[in-house]
Design a protein around this ligand. Structure first.
Ligand code: 5GP
Ligand code: ZN
Length: 112
């Protein structure tokens, strides 16, 4: 999708601080970090949100990719949070599915 911000990051049309990538997924640092470590993990293929997702393998592998990114950032032992905001009421602003990987500070519950 040429008008999608994250598709444009995948295509290299918009710069991003890339962390790692695989054939299917890309991880890059959030431009407005909410924790000492804040990385976004996305499928390279466009899916607008969890509501539109129909490929169980893709979503499962996205979660394992996020787990691997967190481990690579040194967060596995202390802990980290993986968040998928879905639709506006949950705070989704970019409609290309992404997992937020947040760590490096204590996380509160319930989330705001
Ligand atoms: P959402 O609010 O949709 O769950 O998360 C979108 C995230 O994308 C936000 O945390 C926001 O800071 C991040 N973001 C928005 N535009 C850009 C950008 O151009 N580059 C990067 N790296 N992150 C962005
Ligand atoms: Zn997209």
């Amino acid at each position: 999708m040429s008008d999608c911000l994250f598709c444009r990051i995948v295509a290299g049309e918009i710069p991003a601080n890339r962390v790692t990538e695989t054939k299917q997924f890309l991880a890059f640092r959030d431009i407005n970090p909410q924790a000492p470590t804040h990385v976004l993990a996305i499928p390279k293929q466009h899916v607008a949100s969890l509501n539109e997702a129909d490929d169980a393998m893709l979503i499962g592998e996205l979660l394992l990719f996020a787990r691997d990114v967190a481990a690579g950032e040194g967060l596995a032992d202390d802990g980290y949070r993986v968040v998928l905001n879905t639709n506006a009421g949950a705070g989704q602003t970019v409609f290309h599915i992404h997992a937020h990987i947040l760590g490096g500070r204590a996380m509160r519950w319930p989330p705001g």
